[in-house]
Write a protein that binds this ligand. Structure first.
Ligand code: JD8
Length: 260
């Protein structure tokens, strides 16, 4: 699978993709990333990519022509096969980028990411865009960090990118629950001990403990995820137990007892 990124900050993208799981996937030829400097598609002496907004107001808007030229060049290089290509625009107005969206894009031959800056891109660019995506409800200064987030999450679904296919399937959001706590050596650091069950070698008990911890954390921190998570029989039973405990704690607080 190939990613094409159109940006005025190619060095920012380059640096972020050099290391880690994605960097290794590029080295091994599992994914291919082409970074396109938008300024290379300008024609004026100053390599201008922005201009003042029609109607007035503060800030600048990304000019449409350099973006159209960059997209033409990318399509030409990909042999004009638009079917297997998705052009994505990262923008705060986009549909929320989710794990399900990451999995969906990983089936595409070619994903093109357009990164805006300033106040965003000229509205007419949207005629060449398949989907607008947002990585979350906070304000970034441009689309590059969002594009990097999308590439990272999508690349993990490409076969071989993550060493163990099992761990992709078991990743917390793929399963719809938060992850359980992890520990490594030493067994004691200061006064903090690794939970006894993890040292027991009892793999049935360890599995059960991890399930319970995943559910407890999800119930505590992200109860919204429990609405859509698919739980097996054991998980449903554990969750019912945890909810009982939670109700007990709420009742205690209402009765004015200590948090014990
Ligand atoms: C693209 C320009 C900045 C946005 C004025 C400051 C995504 N989840 C997200 N948050 N922010 C972005 C994002 C922000 C961008 C651009 C993406 C291009 N800006 C602008 C409008 C208001 N500023 C994003 N995906």
């Amino acid at each position: 699978m190939t990613f094409d990124i159109v940006t005025i900050f190619p060095a920012m993208i380059e640096a972020a993709l050099a290391d880690g799981v994605v960097g290794r996937a590029i080295e091994r030829g599992l994914i291919d990333v082409a970074i396109h400097d938008l300024r290379n598609f300008t024609v004026d002496r100053h390599r201008t990519v922005d201009d003042v907004p029609y109607g007035g107001g503060p800030g600048m808007v990304m000019k449409p022509e350099p973006i159209f030229k960059a997209l033409d060049a990318i399509e030409a290089r990909r042999g004009g096969r638009r079917e297997q290509m998705s052009v994505l625009l990262t923008t705060p107005q986009g549909t929320p980028f989710t794990q399900a969206a990451a999995e969906r894009y990983s089936a595409r031959q070619n994903v093109v990411l357009l990164c805006g800056r300033y106040e965003g891109v000229d509205e007419r660019v949207r005629s060449r865009v398949d989907e607008e995506v947002s990585i979350g409800d906070y304000v970034l200064s441009g689309g590059e960090l969002a594009a990097l987030v999308v590439i990272d999450a999508v690349a993990r679904y490409v076969p071989g990118v993550v060493g163990d296919d099992q761990s992709v399937a078991e990743d917390s959001f793929s399963r719809g629950l938060l992850d359980f706590p992890h520990y490594t050596r030493p067994a004691v650091v200061g006064s903090a001990r690794v939970p006894e069950v993890l040292l027991s070698g009892n793999h049935v008990e360890i599995r059960r403990w991890r399930k319970r911890e995943s559910l407890a954390r999800t119930l505590e921190r992200r109860p919204d995820l429990l609405e859509t998570a698919t739980l097996d029989d054991e998980e449903r039973r554990l969750l019912a137990e945890l909810k009982e405990l939670q109700n007990g704690r709420i009742a205690e607080l209402q009765n004015g007892k200590t948090g014990k």
